[in-house]
Write a protein that binds this ligand. Structure first.
Ligand SMILES: Nc1ncnc2c1ncn2[C@@H]1O[C@H](COP(=O)(O)OP(=O)(O)OP(=O)(O)O)[C@@H](O)[C@H]1O
Ligand SMILES: Nc1ccn([C@H]2C[C@H](O)[C@@H](COP(=O)(O)O)O2)c(=O)n1
Length: 237
């Protein structure tokens, strides 16, 4: 069966997509947003943009006070279209830079600073409030940012599967390179799930989807079906 088009049966509401690094949140989230005719917000890109501001200011990412001051003074802007990625810091395009190894190494420390989280969560809620229908991905979206979302999904996949997929994305084939990727994923998962403020964990009412043995398309299909079902259930209450 095909989905109803947005005109026939428009999806209205928010789908949250949380989970560890490399589980497919971005690729699946964009696919789900396109199918639902919804906006799309990548909150990880916002923490990465904040990290660019910190690195450019020459601040130690471990100096929480200086990090908070620097991020408060930065203008961080992200787009909400599923088909394009717009990420800017003080008007400069940083969409490519936010994916660099330097930023990836520092982002967990920056995103653990409570003042940074408060600032970006407020911005995330404003962006979501401006959209009728939205898919939002991150680590704390179902637990903290949007506790009343229409549908909450927690995406998982086995660490070795995630490392293989990331290697494919980066064109890496050597076993040692894949081991390094797996170690980096484990390091970030550990950091993100053990921080005091808004740790990575599934919301009590999240649907857990393990994508280890599912194609990307199958995961998108599953979440679109869950979103349509949640909308119908929500209409009845
Ligand atoms: N079910 C799947 N089957 C095969 N490959 C997948 C699947 N889901 C995602 N991928 C691939 O895995 C890689 C990582 O996906 P993606 O970048 O979307 O993950 P992520 O959770 O957003 O990562 P991060 O949290 O680090 O930003 C991409 O190359 C993507 O195409
Ligand atoms: N809602 C969010 C989103 C992201 N983060 C942190 C944790 C990640 O290590 C980092 C980068 O995210 P990614 O682009 O890999 O999804 O940002 C967070 O704490 N909360």
């Amino acid at each position: 069966m095909t989905d109803p088009t947005p005109e026939q049966h428009p999806f209205r509401g928010a789908v949250t997509l949380d989970g560890p690094s490399g589980t497919g949140k971005s690729s699946v989230g964009r696919g789900v947003a396109a199918r639902l005719g919804a906006s799309y917000l990548d909150t990880g890109a916002m923490y990465r943009a904040a990290t660019v501001a910190v690195l450019d200011a020459g601040i130690d990412p471990g100096d929480a006070e200086a990090v908070a001051r620097t991020v408060a003074a930065a203008r961080i802007e992200v787009g909400t279209e599923a088909g394009t990625e717009r990420v800017e810091v003080d008007g400069a395009d940083v969409a490519v830079r936010i994916r660099s190894a330097e930023v990836t190494r520092a982002v967990s420390a920056v995103s653990a600073v409570p003042a940074v989280r408060r600032q970006l969560v407020a911005q995330q809620r404003d962006l979501v409030g401006a959209a009728d229908a939205v898919v939002v991905e991150g680590r704390d979206i179902g637990t903290v940012v949007l506790p009343d979302a229409t549908l909450k999904v927690y995406l998982t996949a086995a660490p070795e599967v995630r490392a293989q997929r990331r290697a494919g994305q980066l064109g890496l084939t050597e076993a040692a390179q894949i081991d390094d990727l797996a170690a980096d994923l484990r390091r970030r998962d550990q950091y993100d799930s053990s921080r005091a403020d808004s740790p990575l964990r599934p919301a009590a009412d999240a649907v857990v989807v393990d994508s280890s043995e599912l194609s990307q398309q199958a995961v998108v299909d599953r979440i679109v079906a869950l979103a349509q079902a949640a909308l119908v259930t929500g209409d009845r209450t």
